[in-house]
Design a protein around this ligand. Structure first.
Ligand code: TEU
Ligand code: CA
Length: 544
């Protein structure tokens, strides 16, 4: 595979509503991001991904778009975006945004038209089927667990939606719709964007409406729209536009297996640059992160994409809890261990805002602190099942996406330096100790570890381009692997468990390894090696 710039790069994800507020309305915005560009430059990242800022009624915080060409005034103006791109580019940073084309908002003019009559020219932009108020076209379920159909009185048919009823799915079989989407992509790439994160892209194609769902376990209920055959033709058309612009494409592609991913992300023939997989969001039956499961899934993705294809590496995003709370003990040590464990894998790492300072899950004390529509629904459900308010709140929010959306913690001042007004989401109570300012004032902090890891990817071809091989240590909560390129090798050993573990390294050639300083105490390699809780060690070997 020829060298590509994104093999060395790190992507930083910004959830704009929660990043930095510039005008005191309690919501983050584009000028807020502009103000923090020097911070991102200091961290050393290469690409910024900004979650949706398009015109939207904000039922799903911008993933319900009512105008693909306009900016939601809450975030600023088109000129603010232009300025942000200009200044980011001047600093050598690329910028990508979300492309949300599986669905629109029900307030998009296309849907408003489509709803009017069966022969409206926009009717076929969406998916309609004959129905009655008590009989839906089939039994398919949305990701929210309720029917994927909503009956519409006006024309006495139902429309299809895999997310909320206010996010009707677009009909990708319609060539006119596809052309409109392709023009829109070209518009933004002409505008100066460097690429897109392709939202929910593996769901564009649906099975025929009479498809029978066989299993209600795992992906079963969603099988009718998970990477369904025929999607290749849409992907090929999208790829042609991205290739024309040389644009970056990060696909959110759940349902694409690790065996299929190499073809999806082949450097020449793949549909996109890299994909974000969903499998490693593993939970134990009691709703805790499953560390051994996470390691096993990451290893398999590394192995299956070793010859061909490219991984997007991530631990956090705006849809899932904070990794160190869900999978660890929320300590700084734990945050460092997770950072080292995934950052030196083969692929392009993503950092979700606040991850680099060890932000943790919040504690929700009242139902009106919940923002996510699906979490609210779960909460109501649990109340109806007879749980107390307190129990329902705890259960509904345990794995909630709301945790990731708490305001960024900049400093110890009131409102954490996020806003001068009232933040739209409650602040995490630990902001006075865990914030950017304190992290930057402290040598060897998590922030500086991330900075070092990011720089290492720029400097070391073996990290950006080398092979991956997993190492058996007899401990399934230790992530142990080697990277190799030509005469150089890296050995990475990370204990992701909250207790001391002994590694069996008797199969490893222990000679010639030098430890790399990553703000930790050195440890001499030996056959039986004790690693303290959340201990990490990285060794380098050069045989020139
Ligand atoms: O999430 C998509 C999403 O969660 C599913 O596509 C996912 O594949 C499935 O749940 C896995 O089982 C994206 C955004 O990240 C999210 O914030 C939006 O709410 C959603 O799309 C709708 O646009
Ligand atoms: Ca604002």
């Amino acid at each position: 595979m020829a060298d590509k710039w994104w093999q060395e790069a790190t992507i930083y994800q910004i959830y704009p509503r929660s990043f930095k507020d510039s005008n005191g309305d309690g919501k983050g915005d584009l000028p807020g991001i502009l103000e923090k560009l020097p911070y991102l430059k200091e961290l050393g990242i290469d690409v910024i991904w900004i979650n949706p800022v398009y015109a939207s009624p904000m039922v799903d915080n911008g993933y319900d778009i009512s105008d693909y060409y306009a900016i939601n005034p809450e975030f600023g103006t088109l000129d603010d975006l232009r300025e942000l791109l200009k200044q980011a580019h001047a600093l050598g940073l690329k910028v990508i945004m979300d492309l949300v084309v599986n669905h629109t908002s029900d307030q998009h003019p296309w849907f408003k038209e489509a709803r009017k009559s069966k022969d409206n020219p926009y009717r076929d932009y969406y998916l309609w089927q004959a129905a009655s108020p008590d009989k839906m076209p089939n039994n398919w379920k949305s990701f929210q667990g309720t029917s994927a159909w909503t009956y519409d009185e006006k024309t006495q048919e139902a429309y299809f939606h895999i997310f909320d009823a206010k996010q009707p799915d677009l009909n990708w079989k319609n060539p006119r719709l596809r052309q409109e989407i392709y023009q829109m992509i070209a518009y933004w790439l002409d505008f100066g964007l460097d690429g897109f994160r392709l939202d929910a892209i593996s769901h564009l194609q649906k099975e025929p409406w009479d498809f029978q769902i066989k299993s209600w376990e795992g992906d079963g209920p969603w099988a009718p729209f998970m990477n369904v055959k025929g999607i290749e033709s849409y992907m090929t058309e999208i790829k042609a536009i991205f290739d024309h612009y040389g644009a970056l494409s990060v696909g959110e592609a759940s349902g694409v297996t690790s065996q299929e991913a190499p073809a999806w992300t082949d450097a020449e023939t793949g549909f996109m640059t890299m994909i974000i997989e969903w499998e490693h969001n593993r939970r134990t039956p009691d709703n805790q992160g499953d560390v051994a499961g996470l390691i096993a899934v990451l290893k398999r993705w590394q192995e299956d994409l070793s010859q061909r294809g490219w991984n997007a590496l991530y631990l956090e995003n705006h849809d899932i809890p904070r990794i160190i709370s869900a999978f660890g003990d929320a300590s700084q040590a734990c945050a460092k261990a997770f950072a080292v464990a995934y950052f030196l894998l083969r692929g392009t790492p993503l950092i979700f805002q606040g991850q680099e300072i060890g932000m943790t899950n919040g504690l929700f004390t009242s139902a009106d602190q919940i923002d996510s529509r699906s979490v609210k629904l779960t909460y109501q459900d649990l109340l109806a099942q007879g749980l107390s308010e307190k129990e329902a709140l705890a259960q509904a929010t345990q794995w909630s996406r709301d945790h990731a959306r708490l305001p960024m913690q900049w400093d110890a001042s009131p409102q954490a330096g996020f806003t001068t007004g009232q933040p739209w989401m409650v602040l995490n109570s630990n902001y006075q100790t865990r914030n950017v300012q304190s992290q930057m004032a402290q040598e060897g902090s998590l922030f500086y570890l991330y900075k070092r890891l990011i720089a290492l990817r720029h400097q070391e071809a073996v990290i950006s381009r080398g092979s991956f091989s997993a190492l058996e240590t007899g401990q399934d909560r230790v992530f142990a692997y080697q990277r190799e390129l030509d005469d150089k090798a890296y050995l990475i050993l990370v204990n992701l468990a909250p207790q001391k573990l002994t590694l069996d390294l008797s199969n490893l050639d222990l000679a010639e390894w030098q430890e790399l300083d990553l703000f930790n105490q050195p440890l001499i390699l030996q056959d039986q090696l004790d690693l303290d809780a959340y201990d990490y060690h990285v060794y380098v070997r050069s045989r020139k």
